[in-house]
Design a binder for this molecule. Sequence first.
Ligand code: C2E
Ligand code: CA
Ligand code: CA
Length: 704
Amino acid sequence: MQAAELEERHLKALKLSHQQTLEIINRFEQGVILFTADANPILFNQTFLHYYPQLESSEDFFKDVALFTQKHHGHRFELKDWLKQLHQNIESPHQQVWLKSPQSKVSIPVRLQAYWIDLHTTPHILLIVSDQTLHTQVTAQRKLMEASYAGQFVTNAQGYIQHPNQAFSGYTGLTQTELSRMTYIDWLRQQVSFKVPFEKVISALLKEHFWTGEVQVHASEENVFFAVLSLSMILDAEQNIEHFVGLLQDTTDIRAAQTEIQQLAYFDKLTGLPNQTLLHDRIERLLQQTDSETPYHALYLISLDGFKSINDTFGHDTGDELLQQVANKLKQTLPEQAFLARVGGGNFSILYPSQSQDEALSKQDIARYSETLLDLIDDRYKLEDSSVHTSASIGICPFALNDTVHYDSDQLTRYTNMAMYEAKKLGGNQAYLFEDTLMQRAKRRLELIEALNHSELDDEFQMYFQPQVNREGRVVSAETLLRWFHPTLGLVSPAKFIPVAEEGRQIIKIGLWVLHKAFLQARAWNAKYCDIRIAINVSPVQFHEQSFIEMIIGLIKFTQVNPHNITLELTEGVLIKNAKLALQKIQHLVSLGFEVSIDDFGTGYSSLSYLQKLPLHELKIDKSFISDVPGNVDDEAIITSIIQLAASKQLKIVAEGVETQAQADYLNALYPDILQQGYLYGKPLPADEFEDVFVKPQANNRTA
Ligand code: C2E
Ligand code: CA
Ligand code: CA
C-alpha cells in the first residue's frame, strides 16, 4: 500500500469515527479534548467549547487555551509539554490548574485528567477538564464550618452525621466518632427538646426542606442550654435526599442580653412595675382574644392628686418614695389576673378583668374595684423626712372583648386619660367612668377647632336675619344670626361652634366679620327703605377685647352705618367679669348712639343690681321661658316679673322663640308694647330673602 493511500484510509477511518466520538464526548458534563499521541488536538466537546467559543481550528489550540498554575499572576501552564511527557504507564495523570476563558473575568479552578485510549488501534490521549469551582467552595465552606462558633453538621443520604464541626461536638459533648454512629434523628431524640411536637418539625423539614426554631439542648444533666436549631434537607436534581444539614446556635448569651434589654424596655426602674410599653402590649394581646372566659374588662388610670406639688415642695426623692409606697400598696392588693403598670409621673394603670360574665354585673364589679382603689390610696404616707397625704383621681374605661366596637390600646389609654381629667376637674379623690358621650364631645370639639382654624369666612359663613315684630305685626327690627356652612361638616349650629370659637378666640375674627357685614346691611336697608333696626349678638370674649371700642369706631367710619339703627345684644355674663370696665365700655357704646340689649335675660346670674347702673335699652326674654306658656305658672311668673321690671325702667322688651298664636296672644295681653321674635313670624333668612319677604313689602305699604 502506498504511503499516501495508507494515510487517506487512515484519515477516512478517523473521519468516520469523528462523528461517533464527538457524539460520545458531547455527553460528558466536563470538558473533553481528544489528542493524538503526540499531543495534537483532534476533537473537543461542547462543554469545552463553552469556555472558548472562538476555538475553531486545532492550529491555534495551544495559543487560545489559557491555563495557569495559580489563580492570580500564575505562570502559564504548558499543556502541550505536559501532555507530551505523559508516559503510557503513568496511571491516570492529573493536574490542578486555573483556566482563563474570555467568557468569564475570573479564572476557574479546573482539574485536568488524562487517559490513554485506543481509537482504531491507535493510542490517543483523552483529556477531561472538570470545573472545580463547587469543590473549592465546599472546601472553603468546610473551613468556615470549622471556624464557626455555631455547631454544624452534614449528614449523608441516610441521615448519619458525617461532618460535625468542632463546635457541634463541643456543644453536644459527643465525639466525632460517637456522632458518626448516630443519625441526626437519633441526636434530636437524645438531646433536643422542642417547643412544638417532634412530628411537626420532621414533617416541616420533609415538606418545606427547612425548619428552624428555638430548642433546648440537654447535652448532659448539668449542661442544658437554649439554642436556635436550623435543619435543612438537600436534594439532588432527581429529588433524592442527598444530605441533611444542621446549624445549632447557642442563645444563652443572647437570652441574657435580651432579658436585660426587656427589663429596661418594659419595666419601670423605680418601682419595678411594668411600664407603659408592656401595658400597651398586654392590652393589644388581650384585645386579640375574642373567646375569652372573661369578656368584660376595664382599664384604670390612677393619678395621684397633687403629685406634682409634692414633688416640687418636698423634692424628687420624696416623690419617688411616695411612688414606691403606693406601688407596693397596689401590688399587694392587686386582684389575680389584673395587670398593674406605672405609666409615668404620678400615674399608675391597671388592666382589670371582671370575673362576671354579665355586662351589668361586671359594671358593678368595675365600679366597686374603683372604690377599693380610692380607699386604698387616700391615706397619709410616712416618708423618710416627711409625711404627706395623697389621694387618687381615677379614670375608668370599661370595654368588652366581643364588642362590635374595635378598640385599640391607644384609644383606651386616651379615654382613661379623658376620664381621669374629669375626675380631677371634679376635685380629685374620685373615679370617673368614661362614656361615649365624653369621647364624642371631645372629638366634635377637636373637629370644630380644626375646621374653625381653616375656615374661609366669606366662603363658609353667612348672615341670616330674623324679624322682630310689634303688636300690629310690623317688622321693626331684625336679629342677625350667623350660619356656618362647612364643606364637609355641613351646616354647623352657632350654639355648637360659638362656644368653641370663644374658647379658641377665633370669635374675635368671626365677631368682627359679623359686625362688618351687619353694619353694611343695616346701612343698605336704611338707605333704601325705612328705619329698620338691626340687632347683633356680641360675644363676651369679643366685648372684653381691649380694642373693642376702637374697632367699633373704625367700623362705623368704614361702613358709614348709623349706630342709632343698631342694637348690640350682650349677655348678663358680660357684666360679671371686670364690671367697672364693662360699664365704661357700655357707656361708651351708648354715647356713640348704639342701643344695648341684655340677651337671654333671666337665665344668667340675675344680679339685678347692674340694671340700676347700666344705660340699657332692652331686655330679651329667653325662649326657654316662652316655650311653655301659657300654662306653666312658674314661667308665667318669671315673664310677668321681667315685664314689670322692664316697664319700670322704660326698657323695650323682646320675647324670643314665639312659635304659636297662643304664646303671641298671651304676651300681647300681658304687655302690649312687647316685641316678638320666633318661628310664628319667620325663621332666620339670608339677607336677600329677608329683604324680599319682610323689608320690601313694608316699605311699599308705607309709600302706598
Ligand atoms: P340667641 O341669641 O338666643 O338666638 C336665638 C336663637 O333662637 C337662634 O338660634 C334662633 O334661630 C332661635 N330661634 C328663633 N326663633 C325660634 C323659635 O320660634 N323657636 C326655636 N326653637 N328657636 C328659635 P341660633 O341661630 O341657632 O343661635 C344660637 C345662639 O348662637 C344664639 O342664641 C346666639 O347666642 C349665638 N349666635 C348666633 N349668631 C351669633 C353671632 O353672630 N355672634 C355671636 N356672638 N353669637 C351668635
Ligand atoms: Ca341673641
Ligand atoms: Ca336666647
